[in-house]
Design a protein around this ligand. Structure first.
Ligand SMILES: [Zn+2]
Length: 180
């Protein structure tokens, strides 16, 4: 996951609360008619799961940001400097190529969806002109390796601390969405 903001640093964790879809070619619904799903997307990530993830990350002393907006691009290429600046200005905190449409498809089925972002690099734009290098695949893989153990710990802590029923409303959201 690339950072679009100076204060979100490689090695930090972000529990995203918003996404901006910049993908182009992906199928993003199970319902292509006659039944369609107009799913509410103001708060795409499960509020209960997010709370659990934030509190467990704090317990593990991780460098955590309790919310953030991720821009999902089509890829497979990384951004140009201009792309990266644009995404940062449009309100993005992070950038990557996954989780859209996964989050929407999960919600259509009433499945709670959580995003735990591990920051691996500063994307191309924010340090344009400074000594910090723009993202490369080596940088991403190295930082991922370095922090992978922490990520695994956090995921397992979230799973252990998830109650059987949460009353989060994700399932009901899916039921309300169906028309036709
Ligand atoms: Zn939920």
């Amino acid at each position: 996951m690339g950072s679009l903001k100076r204060n979100i640093k490689p090695g930090d964790f972000v529990i995203c609360d918003q996404f901006i879809d910049q993908t182009k070619k992906r199928k993003d619904t199970f319902f292509n008619g006659p039944q369609v799903a107009h799913i509410e997307m103001a708060y795409p990530y499960c509020p209960e799961f997010r709370k659990i993830a934030v509190s467990q990350a704090k317990k593990l002393n991780l460098r955590i940001h309790g919310k953030g907006t991720v821009v999902v691009i089509e890829g497979p290429r990384f951004s140009t400097l201009a792309d990266s600046l644009r995404f940062s200005k449009m309100g993005g905190d992070l950038i990557n190529m996954t989780q859209y449409p996964e989050v929407v498809l999960a919600l259509e089925l009433g499945i709670c969806y959580l995003n735990i972002s591990l920051v691996t690099d500063y994307d191309a734009g924010i340090y344009a002109g400074s000594k910090i290098k723009p993202v490369s695949i080596d940088q991403v893989l190295n930082n991922f390796k370095k922090n992978n153990a922490k990520l695994k710990k956090l995921v397992s802590a979230v799973i252990k601390n998830t109650p059987e029923r949460t009353g989060c409303g994700c399932k009901e959201k899916a039921e309300r969405a169906l028309i036709g």
